[in-house]
Every structure is written in structure tokens, then in C-alpha cells.
Write a protein that binds this ligand. Structure first.
Ligand code: URA
Length: 268
């Protein structure tokens, strides 16, 4: 019996899709974000006969690329006088391509008056959907970790609460690590965020936060537990809760770091 080629393709596509679902794919998302605002309509073909050969040769030369706009994120961040204006400014900022692929700008959660400010990496799917940091599985573990030393994002006093943000306010495609350039572009906003929140202590969750803020190439395995300083604020690198979910044996180290934070809070 002759097969309908369309039906064959359909069956092949369907089994390919089933295989991808089996592998855990749950979302159609491209490797790089697509800025749909900047898509240009394809140029209309011009009739050849209407052009003299020399003019056609000139027309075939590619137009010089427009100069890349220089975005001074440091000056933009410095102009924000309070957390509300920083939130609005970041939401309106178009200098980082990750924004184009994100549903929400994820700015913060918790108590801005908290003595402890926690800095993660970037929103994942749940954070992108809700607009709040650390609400997925890693966030649930983060809540448990801080609850163990008497701190929570719901706390109303400076001494029993945490304030949470991320290095990157937009979800990277497929949850990849933000690139060095992307983090460098957003770093002035993060530093301004820290200056405006003025916490007594910072907790840097994982490699990207530690690398960006402590300006080190040393990995989190060696950095964790070693207090540093960011804008004069004592800063403690810790294993990221998502890593702890994958590597429960390291929860012991995380507990030691939480106790180190607790001791600092109690001594001052
Ligand atoms: N991981 C992070 O680093 N931040 C989030 O907000 C969620 C997961």
C-alpha cells in the first residue's frame, strides 16, 4: 500500500515529540532570546531592469551596520534614589537582551529592611511566571535553610527577616547561566540595589553571585564559608540551594555557613 508522505512525516514528527517529552523537554524555547520588537520586514525585491548595472552594484553593497548603542548602566543605576525607582528603572531597561525572552522582571522578595540580603543567580521558570525570586524547588529549600536560623522572607522585623534578589532580573533561555557580559551589564543595578537596601550582611548564593560581587575566578567550592566584602558589607558565599538539591552531601557545609551567619548576627 502506498504511504501518504504527509502522513509519514506526521508520524515521524509525533514520535520525535514524544521522545523529547520523554527526555524531559517541557517548553518550546530557543537557545537565544528573540527580540520581536526589532524584527525587520524582509526588503521588497526591486525589478532588475529598472536599475543601471553600476547602480545595481552600489545597491548590492551592504549598508554599514549601525553603531552599537553604548549603554551606561552605571549612570542609569546611580540616578535611582530609592528601591521603587530602581525597580521601575530596571523594568524599563532595554540594554540586556535577556529581557526580550522573559515574561517578568524579577526584582525582589522579602523585607527590604532585613539585616540579611540574599543574592541568587537568575529567575527560573516559576520565578519568571510569578515575578518573584526563589519560588521554585530551590526557593523552598532556601526558605527551610533560613528558617533553621530563625529568618524568613515573611519576617516583619529587621532581625527575623531576609531580603532576596538575583544577579539577573530576567530568566535566561533554558535556565543557562547568565554570560559574563550580561552580568557585567546588570552589575551596577545590583550594586545600587545593595546600597539602597543597606543590609548588615550579604549571602551570595552560588558561583555567579560570588564571581560577580567578589570579583573572583575562584569557584564556590573553595569560596564558600569565606567572608568577603561588597561595598563594605560583609558577604558570605554559600552553595546555591539548587546545587544542594542535586548534591545533598553538601548540606553539611551549608549548615556550617548558616551557623557562621547566625554567629555574626548575634555578635553585632
Ligand atoms: N535560582 C536563583 O538563583 N534565583 C531564583 O530566583 C531562582 C532560582
Amino acid at each position: 500500500m502506498a504511504m501518504n508522505p504527509d502522513a509519514t512525516d506526521f508520524a515521524a514528527d509525533l514520535s520525535m515529540l514524544a521522545w523529547q517529552l520523554e527526555l524531559g523537554a517541557d517548553e518550546a524555547i530557543a537557545e537565544e532570546p528573540l527580540n520581536r520588537y526589532k524584527l525587520e520586514a524582509p526588503p521588497k525585491p526591486r525589478p532588475q531592469s529598472a536599475q543601471a548595472p553600476a547602480a545595481a552594484a552600489v545597491a548590492a553593497q551592504p549598508a554599514p551596520a549601525p553603531a552599537e548603542p553604548v549603554v551606561d548602566s552605571a549612570a542609569i543605576a546611580a540616578a535611582c534614589a530609592d528601591l521603587d525607582s530602581l525597580r521601575e528603572t530596571i523594568s524599563a531597561f532595554d540594554g540586556c537582551a535577556l529581557k526580550q525572552g522573559a515574561r517578568n522582571t524579577v526584582f525582589c522578595d522579602g523585607n527590604p529592611a532585613a539585616r540579611v540580603m540574599v543574592i541568587g543567580e537568575a529567575p527560573g521558570r516559576e520565578e519568571d511566571r510569578t515575578g518573584k525570586p526563589f519560588v521554585g524547588r530551590a526557593g523552598q529549600l532556601l526558605d527551610k535553610m533560613f528558617a533553621a536560623i530563625g529568618l524568613s522572607r515573611q519576617g516583619e522585623g529587621a532581625g527575623d527577616s531576609i531580603y532576596i534578589t538575583n544577579v539577573m532580573p530576567w530568566r535566561p533561555p533554558q535556565n543557562r547561566t547568565p554570560s559574563t557580559d550580561e552580568m557585567a551589564m546588570m552589575k551596577p543595578f545590583l550594586l545600587r540595589h545593595i546600597a539602597l537596601a543597606a543590609p548588615d550582611y550579604l549571602v551570595l548564593m552560588g558561583n555567579p553571585a560570588t564571581k560577580t560581587l567578589l570579583e573572583t575566578e575562584v569557584g564556590i567550592t573553595r569560596m564558600r564559608g569565606q567572608w568577603g566584602q561588597v561595598l563594605g558589607v560583609p558577604a558570605l558565599p554559600m552553595f546555591h540551594p539548587a546545587y544542594l538539591l542535586r548534591t545533598p552531601a553538601q548540606k553539611r557545609a551549608a549548615w556550617a555557613d548558616l551557623l557562621s551567619l547566625k554567629a555574626k548576627l548575634e555578635e553585632s
